[in-house]
Design a binder for this molecule. Structure first.
Ligand code: ZN
Length: 471
């Protein structure tokens, strides 16, 4: 049976949920003929364009979605954002199984994930659908910032999940809960909600986490993942570009925190903050991830396929897998501003001017594709540059990670074992060529220090560290 857990707060009958501009809308398109699937062939040339709106995907106003019993208390808030409970709802499967935890609004100016979740919960309830097994737990991230439609109030909630910090905040919350403010309180509350969902998962069943986001430039969806094999298996079923290596640039993300604890994790960026299509893409991806987590019943697979095909069509001109090669970190005193017109996956040449700051033009340090150019005030990542990764490379790396090659790495030039950290190496860039770095990625290592430092520390991702180190 399907059970929609209804939070306690009172609800109104209808609500229009405004984004900063316009009204968020959602699609109701259903598969007309689910017996056929769409074959997608990626063209050789990257077209830096956004797909035009598809009339078949044009959705009715969101107010239609939030009608009825108001099972989901997502309402417009007076400061201009959304008022939403921590637990949006649950879908319980007919049999025990894995748990899929989905988080919307970890950044408060990104309501599309919350609205996509609302739509999924309503969809299952209205059509009396039931998961075959396991359950979905839908949570809201930064409730306080969401209320104000701001990325964060004091600091970025998706940069403070370092294990020591989480533990110390939990201790402080136990001793003096009123002392925690804004994002610190959000972190403790969200960690507790995640922990409850994990604890109630039957032993031996996997726990999955999907973190829904949007971005400030125009563009279509992509996924992000910490590159271990179980995250790949979960994430790469979604036919949108997958971005590897973002976690090496960003410290303290929620997905990295949980991934290192064995939770199968993925991030999903569904479009521009204010684009109603971002809600559609979140909704579509939720169906595909439900299938990926093996929660759907046999007769629901066609619907997941329908949504997968729609996403595949939209992304057909983009590379399926890319890797982060550069992050342009900014500080407020940089007075950074992107030049107008850059969108995700737009090709850029080395030396081409992408932005300006107090020193003048900011040129691209390499040939690549632009990712997440910053067109909002809050945030300290100006832009990222990525390059395509061939699927053969992924297959090769999956194969070699099963071999005990990691114990021979100190034979490589400029590489020695880390004297204290297990499964870690120090790489001297003076002697180690770029290929050495590629070998570390191939074998499932993660870079723990900046690319431009001479001595870099590489550690095996926790989930890859199954072969005991003989040292
Ligand atoms: Zn975000």
């Amino acid at each position: 049976m399907t059970e929609l857990a209804i939070p306690d707060a009172p609800a109104e009958d209808t609500a229009v949920v405004p984004l900063s501009r316009g009204v968020a809308t959602v699609a109701t398109a259903a598969p007309a003929d689910t017996s056929t699937t769409t074959t997608v062939t990626a063209p050789a040339v990257l077209a830096p364009t956004v797909m035009p709106p598809d009339p078949a995907m044009e959705p009715p106003p969101l107010k239609n979605l939030l009608r009825g019993e108001g099972a989901l208390q997502v309402q417009p808030s007076a400061p201009g954002g959304l008022e939403a409970p921590r637990l949006l709802g649950k879908l319980e499967g007919a049999a025990p199984g894995p748990t899929l935890i989905v988080i919307g609004g970890l950044h408060g100016n990104e309501p599309a994930g919350v609205l996509g979740l609302v739509r999924l919960l309503e969809d299952f309830t209205e059509r009396s659908l039931a998961l075959r097994r396991g359950r979905l737990v839908a949570l809201v991230g930064n409730r306080r910032a969401l209320r104000h439609n701001r990325r964060f109030l004091r600091h970025d909630l998706n940069r403070h999940w370092q294990p020591e910090r989480v533990t110390s905040l939990q201790l402080r919350a136990a001793e003096e809960p009123a002392a925690l403010t804004d994002e610190d309180a959000e972190l403790v509350e969200l960690a507790q909600a995640i922990e409850e969902a994990r604890r109630s998962t039957p032993p031996g069943e996997p726990v999955y986490l999907l973190d829904l986001h949007t971005f400030s430039a125009p563009g279509i969806a992509f996924t992000t993942l910490d590159d271990n094999l179980q995250n790949r298996a979960f994430t790469l079923r979604l036919p949108v570009p997958s971005v590897l290596g973002l976690e090496e640039e960003l410290s303290g993300t929620l997905t990295s925190f949980l991934s290192s604890q064995g939770v199968v994790s993925a991030g999903y960026e569904s479009g521009q903050h204010e684009d109603p299509s971002a809600v559609n893409r979140a909704f579509a991806a939720l169906w595909v991830f439900l299938e990926s987590a093996s929660l759907l019943a046999e007769d629901q697979m066609a619907e997941a396929s329908f949504h997968r095909d729609r996403l595949a069509l939209e992304c057909a001109h983009l590379p399926p897998i890319v890797e982060v090669r550069y992050r342009h970190h900014i500080e407020p005193h940089d007075l950074f501003g992107m030049r107008p017109g850059w969108i995700n996956f737009q090709p850029v040449s080395k030396h081409q001017i992408l932005a300006k700051d107090r020193h003048g033009g900011v040129a691209s340090p390499l040939d690549g594709l632009v990712l997440m150019p910053l067109y909002q005030k809050q945030g300290d990542d100006g832009f990222f540059l990525v390059r395509p990764v061939h699927r053969r490379w992924l297959l090769l790396s999956a194969a070699v990670r099963r071999l005990p090659l990691i114990h021979a790495l100190h034979w490589l030039p400029g590489v020695k074992r880390h004297p204290e950290l297990a499964n870690s190496y120090i790489v001297d860039r003076k002697f180690a060529r770029f290929l050495v770095l590629e070998v570390f990625h191939l074998l499932g290592f993660e870079r723990r220090s900046p690319l431009d430092e001479r001595f870099m520390v590489w550690s095996l991702r926790d989930q890859e560290a199954e072969t005991p180190d003989p040292a």
